[in-house]
Design a protein around this ligand. Sequence first.
Ligand SMILES: C[S@@+](CC[C@H](N)C(=O)[O-])C[C@H]1O[C@@H](n2cnc3c(N)ncnc32)[C@H](O)[C@@H]1O
Length: 340
Amino acid sequence: MQSLIKTGILDRHFCVKSDDQMITLPLVRDPTKVEIDELRKLVPSASLGLGEFEPRKRHPRTLEEALATTVSADVLSRLPKSFDVVGDITLLELDSELAAYQTIIAEAIMEVHPNVRSVFAKSGEVSGAERIRPLRYIAGENRTHTTHKEYGCLFRVDLSKAFFSPRLSTEHQRVVQMVEKGERVVDMFAGVGLFSILIAKKVVDVRVDAIDANPQAVELLQENVRANKVEAKVHAHLGDAREVIRKELTQIASRVIMNHPSASKDFIKEACEALRPSGGVIHYYTFAGENWEADSRHEVEHEVQASGYVAERVLGIHRVREVAPVRWQVAVDLKVVPRQ
Ligand SMILES: C[S@@+](CC[C@H](N)C(=O)[O-])C[C@H]1O[C@@H](n2cnc3c(N)ncnc32)[C@H](O)[C@@H]1O
């Protein structure tokens, strides 16, 4: 069979037939005498004949291909160009007109991507202190928990209980690459532990204190710490980041991660207080519009100054992802030292 495949003689558009006695192969052309001799060396009883074969069902490769005969050209042209995949769950953004086609779109997604088991629609904005997005079930298994893989680590997530975004993976890696051996990191808004666990997995002799105020996020974080075998390096704290830092984590960190863009601003004083007396690096996240670079920089520098510290140097500033038209999540990395 392998040697036949190599000659290209097997017709892949039709199914191979087999029973207890015989296997029958569809061919694209008559075999040459040499090919017949070769085959008979392997299978002395091989014979040539005419037969009917079932056409092979071809797996659609794109959503457009899967829906080409089912919906109008207008609907086809408005299908989502991309969608978020979290573990085996797909999250769709559908406008009100496409919502009428949500079930067939979801079924088509599962046909194109056999690993997808559940499809939900994003039915509102990420909101509240816990940063959870409302979802509407469309098709497949009706569950919001799954296991997501990011850079070799497995994360248990539950989209109805704790924040998770597959769009932050590049940002997670960017920060991971900056952490050096022996550092002490405070992840102030750890969620289910992406920054913390990825850092712990990659960096030697590091300790990460991971804080989150959402008990369900911390439960998943602890599960993820155990699953990725980083118990010795990641210490989970349930509570308000301000209180946890004041009580347990002042002047210990070489680096603080503040990934709570809608509210980081209100926690800058505590982030500065978590830093060692010699200072350290803060990864500050915020949302900003057209003047994102100047606005984000000004916002964080101003708050650092008002907290009695100095933003000695901005190490970098960039847009992480678009969150709305002309609005981005922005990351500012800065070296902060106490004011003398
Ligand atoms: C954007 S999410 C964090 C995402 C996470 N760092 C990641 O990369 O996946 C913000 C998190 O901050 C948590 N949070 C909100 N207010 C908080 C507070 N006062 N103290 C600690 N955590 C808080 C939320 O529960 C949420 O999990």
